[in-house]
Design a protein around this ligand. Sequence first.
Ligand code: ASP
Length: 326
Amino acid sequence: MTKRIAMYFLGGTISMSSDDGAGVRPTLGADDLIAAVPGLDAADVDLTGETIAREQSGSLTPAHLLEVLQRASASDADGFVLVQGTDTLEESAYLLDLLWDDGRAFAVTGAMRNPTMAGADGAANMLAAIRVAASDAARGLGVVAVFADEIHAARSVTKGDTSSLTTFVSPDCGPIGRVLEAHTHLFHRPARLPALPRPDAVDAEVPVLTVALGQSPRALDAVSAGADALVIAGLGAGHVPGWWAESVGHIAARIPVIMTSRTFSGPALVETYGAVGAEVDLQRRGVVMGGYLRATQVRLLVMTMLATGASRESIAAEVRRRGGYR
Ligand code: ASP
């Protein structure tokens, strides 16, 4: 049976061109991009496309994603594809996944090579994403990133390379499936947590601070002033220098402070290291450990919960639950 797929376009490399030699910028919209996808007739889909924005993805905000969600929820399509830039694609997928309370398939994709380049990957990525969105296998999966014929869960995917065509990886667990010979193959179905209440806006002030060797705590005070919560991308298993610990404790007495790791994979630990500034000490000072969540994911989770008035205790519990560690 022909599947109806609604596509939303926000810009990104996939839509970029240049007529003045001064670097590519988003110019193309839904119609141009859909027209450039070969093999759609054989895919047996009925496509609609809406251009919501033409932005580099670094200029997107949660408001763009809330708009996408609202349109998708109001649509009677069978599945959905969001097309956007890759720089923040993992965050879009994660935020959408937190709020997508629907069993219909939802794929996010983009491109690493713009349409003026040899071997541009946009059309192939769109076709694969359309196939996933149209598949029965992807129903109930939540939001997935589809890139280079791989399917990644929103909760695990990250951009791993500035320019490779296979930039998207899931360092902790690998892809959950592939698109092969026009079919969606799932290796496993990740357990899905219920969607969060959907807020009208996701705009709390929740900065992310990355820790580096020998760094003074001055940045901590600057970054946390006026913040609603603070996310730290800590050293190793979730650590800060010993001389940060007291300041971190003072901030945690005022606002939620969540510790993640600046490393590429693996969880923030909870009970191994006991030095001042390590996880045992930090938790005693009120810091919540973020498990397998990356700093950027925790930020969106906390912003979303703050927007619906969640208590500090429920935010901590949800970070631990979605962090999936302990
Ligand atoms: N800078 C681009 C963007 O995120 C990169 C891309 O789309 O691949 O919009």
